[in-house]
Design a protein around this ligand. Structure first.
Ligand code: PGA
Ligand code: ZN
Length: 421
């Protein structure tokens, strides 16, 4: 049973404050939860509570910490740590807004993550095993960023994530090795051009390009430069994050000369699908452009994975409704979009029911925590998105997956985890 819930302020990978929670049980067992933070957030996400004012650009989290101390801790005292659904329901009901705008989504997700970690610790199991139970699970196929962009790179280019998927990899370890070769090949190309300017928020190379297509061309060259055949050994995955520049059916891209309507945006992307070895594309149209998402899925859903991130915001009801309408064919899962682990699990269940793919994902603002690796593995989600090969908040996740593969001799999903239909 829960004895104490303690919150504290820690720092995320962009140097901003975030919330850490410790749950202590009566028997002395303890577990932590660390809230990540997005930059390109969906409008229906759980609301992060920030203090406002001038200190730390208004991003401090003292109010969220006070809510943990004054409201959440007393409400969770004495609760059975193994009843995650009850714990998450208490958080949801105590908040009362449906969006965590009162207590803070950052407070809630840190508590919910702390609870599941504490439960696993109390059971004496690694989290993935606690979640998997008797179910046979496999390591997820990673999507790994090579170039950053969009809101993670000062809008230097429009596309937010230029990632690769190592089609040919037979193990997690091999997928990472192949991707590292591509990552360093890309770095060499940028250096030769005199365009090597550090990395973006998720560790991908800074996108010193004059067009979106130049970024795509360079990624193909980087795959070739690493000795791989594009599309056969290594493919491309994109996160367009188009809610960042698209609203009310108008798309204003920084590096494209014309402003597009929804059809024009679809055509631009379909052109890229024809020209480049792309196997997965996230948020191709904006979160408020459902008709566009449906049209794009009809046009391309049989040949590529179409992932909804801002559009689904890890919400089971939104996934269910979209599946009935035929929008997207895969769901990005981020615990802090939903606010609790139970809601993430519900969104995953709806994705599975709909025959959609599922990708457990990090945020652009991360911590050293590696819970998402255990969630992806324990739920048997199939895919994992963390960011790039550089920066320790990213390698914390990759290295944990490698450790689990090595320790438990786990199977690897491989490219079959991708969904096209
Ligand atoms: P975010 O980016 O964490 O800034 O939202 C990640 C994503 O869009 O997938
Ligand atoms: Zn996204």
């Amino acid at each position: 049973r829960i004895k104490k819930v303690l919150g504290r302020r820690i720092w995320d990978s962009r140097g901003w404050p975030t919330v850490e929670v410790e749950i202590h049980l009566e028997n002395g067992v303890m577990g932590r939860g660390l809230a990540p933070a997005g930059a390109s957030c969906g409008m229906h996400e759980a609301v992060e509570l920030r203090d406002g004012g001038t200190t730390l650009a208004g991003k401090d989290v003292q109010k969220a910490l006070l809510n943990i101390e004054n409201e959440i801790a007393p409400a969770l005292a004495g609760i059975d740590i193994h009843d995650q659904q009850l714990i998450d329901n208490i958080l949801i009901e105590l908040d009362g807004t449906g969006t965590f705008s009162r207590l803070g989504g950052n407070a809630a997700v840190a508590c919910s993550m702390a609870a599941i970690n504490t439960a696993a610790n109390n059971a004496g199991l690694p989290l993935w095993k606690y979640l998997a139970g008797d179910q046979k699970v496999a390591l997820p196929l990673p999507q790994i960023q090579i170039f950053g962009g969009g809101a993670h790179a000062g809008r230097r280019i429009d596309i937010q994530d230029l990632m690769v998927i190592a089609n040919g990899a037979r193990s997690f370890q091999q997928a990472l090795e192949m991707t590292a070769e591509v990552y360093h090949s890309a770095g060499r190309i940028m250096k030769q051009r005199g365009h090597l300017s550090g990395v973006a928020d998720e560790g991908g190379w800074w996108p010193e390009f004059s067009s979106n297509e130049q970024a795509l061309d360079t990624l193909v060259k980087a795959i070739e430069g690493a000795g791989y055949i594009p599309g056969q050994d290594v493919s491309i995955a994109l996160d367009i994050a188009s809610s960042e520049f698209g609203k009310n059916g108008r798309y204003r891209l920084a590096l494209e000369s014309t402003e597009y309507d929804s059809d024009g945006m679809c055509e631009l992307l379909l052109g890229w699908l024809d020209k480049y070895p792309i196997v997965s594309i996230e948020d191709p149209l904006a979160e408020d452009d459902e008709q566009g998402l449906i049209a794009f899925t009809q046009a391309a859903g049989s040949r590529v994975q179409i992932v909804g991130d801002d559009y689904f915001v890890t919400n089971a009801q939104r996934v269910k409704e979209a599946a009935e309408k035929g929008a997207c064919n895969a769901v990005l899962l981020k615990a802090n979009q939903a606010g609790t682990i139970s809601e993430l699990r519900n969104a995953f269940s709806e994705a599975k029911k709909a025959g959609y793919g599922a990708i457990v994902s990090a945020r652009s603002g991360e911590t050293e925590d590696h819970i998402i690796v255990h969630l992806a593995l324990g739920l048997n989600a199939g895919q994992l998105k963390v960011g790039s090969m550089a920066r320790a908040e990213r390698t914390a996740k990759w290295n944990e997956a490698i450790r689990l593969e090595d320790t438990y001799g786990l199977a690897f999903f491989g490219v079959n985890a991708l969904n096209h239909k």
